[in-house]
Write a protein that binds this ligand. Sequence first.
Ligand code: SF4
Length: 462
Amino acid sequence: MGSTGQKFKKAAEDIAFDERHRKTIQFNISRYDTAVAKGMARYNDVEKAKETAGAIKRDVLRNWGQYLLQFEKNITKNGAEVLWAKNTAEATAYIEQIIKENNARLLVKSKSMTTEEIELNHTAEKLGCESVETDLGEFIVQVAGERPYHIVTPAMHKSKGDIAKLFNEKFETPLESTPEELTEYVRQVLRKKYTTAQIGITGANFLIADVGGISVTENEGNGLMTTAFPKVHIVIAGIEKIIPEMQQLGLFYPLLAAHGTGQQMTAYNTIFTGPRKDNEVDGPEKMYVILLDNGRTDVYADAEARESLACIRCGACLNACPVYKTIGGYTYDTTYSGPIGSVLTPFLRGFKDFSHLSFASTLCGKCVEVCPVKIPLTDILLANRRKTVEQHLRPGYEKAMMKGFEKMASKRIGFDVVSGQLKTFASRPFNKFGWGPGRLMPEFSAKSFSQLYRKRNKNIDK
Ligand code: SF4
């Protein structure tokens, strides 16, 4: 295991026993669970909806290039400029150029994990351009100097009290402020930013091929405000976000909302099809759409992992995952965390440094059960594990231990050659190598089941 793997292991061991962290996450996820149960109850046949959505995204994967080109053609016709970025460096170069050309000093940004992936805030700030997050959760983590903790709920790890304290320290708002008062405070701060920013940046929940549209779905109206005032709108989207037809949003919008937050529909759903027209009073004069690969075609090239590109980033698999709920979002140290992050990150950032994430799963299958597009996450995690072993990225002792176990377990008698006491003694080092010092290894019984069974039968025979 490389240094990132060791770092992950250490961080996981530390946070798994942080009771305060666990309490906050469990409270926030329990609220999510209640809301999602209501969201699911609105469906007559949610499985049918999931199958249909999954089938559409798999059709996309079969005809990926064709839909992307159709999207490019249609949105270009409407006046937007499409820029293809192979990696973070190319996307960053485009953004730097646009910031410089527009002499931008302030940009506002609606929530987008793709911009996190390319560390856009960092790029802007290097050029002396302030970058302001406008989604409330993102704003909170930005003020705290942190990154999003969760792909849908960036400040999930913070309680009301944590946020009141943070705002008191940074903005001198009263410590006893209610969430409503703090939201109102942020609203006032952001109004000024929207109206003075030169550039607005959004991601895309869906790229719509047949109309050349960018669909942005959000709950605070900040996506709309981000694009209404600034003269330039930049969209940064992963190339997997494409869907063939606008009418399919009728399926995807409620499915994403129900799985993401339990809502029937997200409050604000906007489709951008190009910059402002001559007869329109607001909207940007220029619109750029940066289509980012950044390892997605590597995922596509792997037949076993390909289906993970169907992900619509609802976050449901994170909330369902017992590992995520124990170690939290920051431990992964990646843009995408939880089961989908563990599947994708080795491809996006290299098996050498991130294959350990494929092992951060109990394989309980809950993530597969909740996924609205039916991605076989556990199968892909297992395939990733196999690839990790094939690439000789696992520690040598692990192979020796597995061989030893195989030998011992191949015959029943193998379990009985040593006493229970010796097994307990021999298992102690596992606390150090993987089980974690905070957990106790079980005591082995003095006699094995078969030994007890034989003894019992002998007694009966007597
Ligand atoms: S893998 Fe499925 S459950 Fe997880 S974020 Fe993507 S769509 Fe949602």
